[in-house]
Design a binder for this molecule. Structure first.
Ligand code: ADA
Length: 563
């Protein structure tokens, strides 16, 4: 199944299935001699190769091969959902692309050939190597898997192909949308693109491509309903030009801030939800589609309207589901705790910039995404971070459509860039980290939240919404303790109860995004010292989505706030 956009004329092949495979343990993709690879094995795509028994937990370079059937002398393009960490894409032995962020979607156009059979080789290297892949670091508090972790599609393109279509709501009241895109190919100037609604009986619009192929027009869909979590109305537009077409899906909604409130379609909304890692046992980051649906059902059942895709761009299937089932989303680029070494490194800066562009390009039309984020818990308290923070914020503002911009900070008292954001977002762990000698750590939580609100007001930052972007504590499922001590389900229950009741009652908060939805695998070896089972156990659900005691506390606070 293909996530949106869809096509009815253009042929798009799903390349799911068994690919030829070889694995070079410990080796960099630079050291693998492609011409000499002996593809003795077969492996499934999509999947993280290091979740499979043959390579479980190994690091090195995986080589994948697949023969593509493409009509001779015709255009074609490969769409990759994500290849982790760093990869090379080769066609008929020639490297067409190197890609450096393991969670970002990207595309590669193939050179035209008179051959029908084309050999695709993908090299995916999951070793940590700052010099080559500075976006991925071993210190991130989540296990980073390798391989072709999301779906791959082969687009058979006509001479002129419709690309990069963005739909923007221009006038919510009149249900007016602007549709912009690009016709790619030779002699595109003056070509007509017709745009028709597939759901609403409205007049089609026509756009004319300029000399660079760009086109833009507006369309009014008079009877359309608004999109919201409670009523996630979606509409499809069919763009046609000659032999090519594209079906884009969008929703009518508007997000903005007014003082410390967030308004969705003019109505204030509180954000109540979870941070979620894309992780399920045995599949790692390649969560099955049905599990994504289950996760959204669980989130809704717990009274949530909001999910933060921590800490990387989400699978397009998950975002499609959030659009369809009605879940507000914070979508962020890959980042975790980067410091001076990374933030001032030219390669890191370049890869980060590309990953923001890839995220925005691919996720633009999802009405569910209301916040763009980036660089979770990076050094936002330091001047050396100014260029990357300023550039990222200004890029997301100008290119990101109708969305708010934020980042999750761990330096609330010294943060330098809050003033540039639409929403101030703070990760905090009162009553968990740093309270070793306190007799009653739970008593720290509510005062800490309230003090934070006062500090933001004193700094003049109460003119915009304040979101608790992370808060939580560990609870080991099945570990019960009469003393309700650390790591027990009881302590986690009491913790979440205090947090959620405060979050729904305190009018100075935009809401809370709990850390986190379900337990997820993290550091291996010695780095797992503070992480029993080598998992981040702060999930309200364990890795199989079995609820812990805290679920009821969250649910009753969140659901009460809806009534
Ligand atoms: C941070 C970080 C999370 C997780 C959390 C924790 O806030 O953003 O990814 O590591 O801490 O569990 O300590």
């Amino acid at each position: 199944m293909k996530p949106f956009p869809h096509y009815s004329k253009r042929q798009v092949d799903e390349l799911d299935g068994l690919w030829d495979f070889a694995f070079f343990e410990g080796e960099s993709l630079l050291d693998v001699e492609v011409a000499n690879i002996c593809f003795k094995k077969r492996t499934p795509v999509p999947a993280a190769f290091d979740t499979l028994p043959d390579q479980r937990a190994k690091r090195g370079t995986a080589a994948y091969r697949r023969i593509l059937q493409i009509a001779p002398n015709s255009r074609s393009l490969l769409e990759f959902g994500a290849v982790s960490f760093t990869c090379r894409i080769l066609i008929d032995g020639v490297c067409l692309k190197e890609h450096f962020c393991g969670y970002s979607p990207f595309e590669v156009e193939l050179p035209v050939s008179d051959k029908r059979e084309r050999e695709l080789i993908v090299l995916a290297d999951n070793r940590f190597d700052f010099e080559r892949t500075p976006m991925h670091e071993a210190f991130f508090d989540f296990y980073q898997f390798g391989g072709i972790i999301r779906q791959v599609f082969l687009h058979h393109l006509p001479g002129n192909a419709i690309m990069d279509v963005h739909v923007d709501v221009q006038d919510l009241g009149n249900r007016l949308v602007k549709v912009a895109g690009r016709l790619d190919g030779q002699g595109v100037q003056d070509k007509e693109i017709t745009i028709t609604s597939l759901d609403i009986n409205a007049e089609s619009a026509t756009a004319i491509a300029d000399e660079s192929g760009c086109f833009e027009t507006t369309l009014s869909l008079g009877d359309a309903e608004l999109w919201s979590p409670d009523s996630p109305a979606l509409y499809c537009l069919h763009l046609c030009c000659g032999e090519d077409d594209m079906i884009v899906r969008f929703g009518f909604r508007e997000v903005k801030t007014e003082g410390c409130k967030l308004l969705l379609n003019g109505e204030p909304v509180r954000l109540l939800g979870y941070n979620r890692h894309e992780y399920f046992p045995n599949y790692g980051p390649s969560t099955p589609y049905s599990q994504m649906v289950a996760d959204i059902q669980i989130l809704k059942d717990t009274g949530c309207n909001f999910v933060r895709g921590s800490h990387y761009p989400q699978d397009q299937h998950f975002l499609d589901l959030c659009d369809e089932l009605g879940m507000l989303v914070w979508e962020e680029a890959l980042g975790w705790g980067q410091r001076e070494k990374q933030l001032t490194d030219k390669r890191f800066q370049e890869h980060h910039r590309v990953s923001l562009e890839e995220m925005v390009a691919r996720s633009y039309n999802h009405p569910s995404i209301i916040i763009w984020g980036f660089l979770n818990e990076a050094s936002s308290d330091e001047e050396f971070a100014r260029p990357i923070f300023e550039e990222s914020i200004s890029y997301l503002r100008s290119a990101g459509g109708n969305r708010l911009v934020s980042y999750a900070s761990m330096f609330p008292d010294k943060d330098l860039y809050f003033g540039l954001c639409d929403v101030v977002s703070i990760n905090m762990y009162p009553g968990w980290y740093g309270c070793e000698d306190h007799p009653d750590p739970l008593s720290l939580i509510v005062p800490h939240i309230r003090a934070q609100i006062e500090k933001l007001a004193a700094a003049g930052l109460d003119d915009r919404p304040f979101l608790i972007s992370e808060i939580g504590c560990e609870g080991l499922r099945g570990w019960h303790d009469e003393q309700r001590d650390f790591h027990s389900e009881e302590y986690q229950h009491d913790y979440l109860k205090l947090v959620c009741e405060e979050a729904v009652a305190n009018q100075n908060l935009l809401g809370v995004c709990l850390w986190h939805f379900s337990d997820a695998k993290t550091y291996a070896g010695g780095r797992a010292l503070m992480r029993p089972r080598a998992f981040n156990n702060k999930g309200t659900f364990d890795e199989y989505r079995r609820p812990k005691l805290g679920r009821d506390a969250v649910r009753s606070a969140f659901i009460k706030s809806q009534s």
